[in-house]
Design a protein around this ligand. Structure first.
Ligand SMILES: C[S@@+](CC[C@H](N)C(=O)[O-])C[C@H]1O[C@@H](n2cnc3c(N)ncnc32)[C@H](O)[C@@H]1O
Length: 185
């Protein structure tokens, strides 16, 4: 009896540790609902010319949807080994192999320069920590689309309140916060 209770209790604790340990790196795991994933990609007008980066790829749902439903090339970064493996299962079984990839890496150390679209579902403070990196590395006109959390110093150019998604454009949304503001043509 006590063994069963202890097993159930420790399984629950382990489950929450697994979900939450990456909070120290930027965010714990909670997947974006699929309707909001699609709303994010629609709001950013993702298309076959895009290279999309998902920072904190989780189970790979954003990168695979960007490839399968919107025709983009997509790259994710994930720091949790099990979620990294889950993302690769999804890439392989969704048929997105070749156009979608997830790298096992801390996104703060990733080079974002080739991204035309960046997707984020992290935390408010993590978005703030990433803001300067995004301003420095993304070209004017690149889109940053967030689910649920926003940026304190940026103004969204479009919001879909129904799905809680926010679209920012580099060079427009960061007009007040960027020291090297360069308006897009
Ligand atoms: C809230 S989940 C979002 C997952 C996915 N993007 C989605 O929308 O379904 C955040 C993910 O970011 C990952 N993560 C947190 N900090 C990270 C970091 N510094 N580098 C890479 N991945 C990170 C977590 O492990 C978690 O899987």
């Amino acid at each position: 009896m006590w063994v069963a209770i202890l097993t159930i209790f420790s399984s629950i604790v382990l489950f929450f540790v697994w979900i939450l340990w990456t909070e120290v790196f930027g965010a714990g795991w909670s997947p974006t609902p699929m309707e909001s994933v699609k709303a994010m990609l629609r709001l950013a007008d993702v298309n076959p010319d895009d290279i999309l980066y998902d920072l904190g790829a989780g189970d790979g749902r954003i990168v695979t949807t960007a490839v399968k439903d919107f025709g983009a090339k997509a790259i994710g970064y994930e720091i949790d080994p099990i979620r990294f493996l889950m993302s690769w299962f999804r890439i392989i079984f969704s048929g997105a192999l070749g156009k979608a990839t997830v790298r096992y890496k801390n996104f703060y150390n990733a080079n974002l320069r080739e991204a035309t679209v960046v997707t984020l579902f992290l935390r408010q403070h993590t978005n703030e920590k990433l803001r300067e990196k995004l301003e420095e590395e993304l070209a004017p006109g690149s889109r940053v689309v967030t689910y649920y959390w926003t940026f304190d110093k940026w103004k969204p150019v479009k919001v879909d309140h129904r799905f809680e998604v926010y679209l920012y454009v580099i060079g427009i949304s960061n007009y007040q916060s960027s020291s090297n503001f360069f308006p897009p043509r």
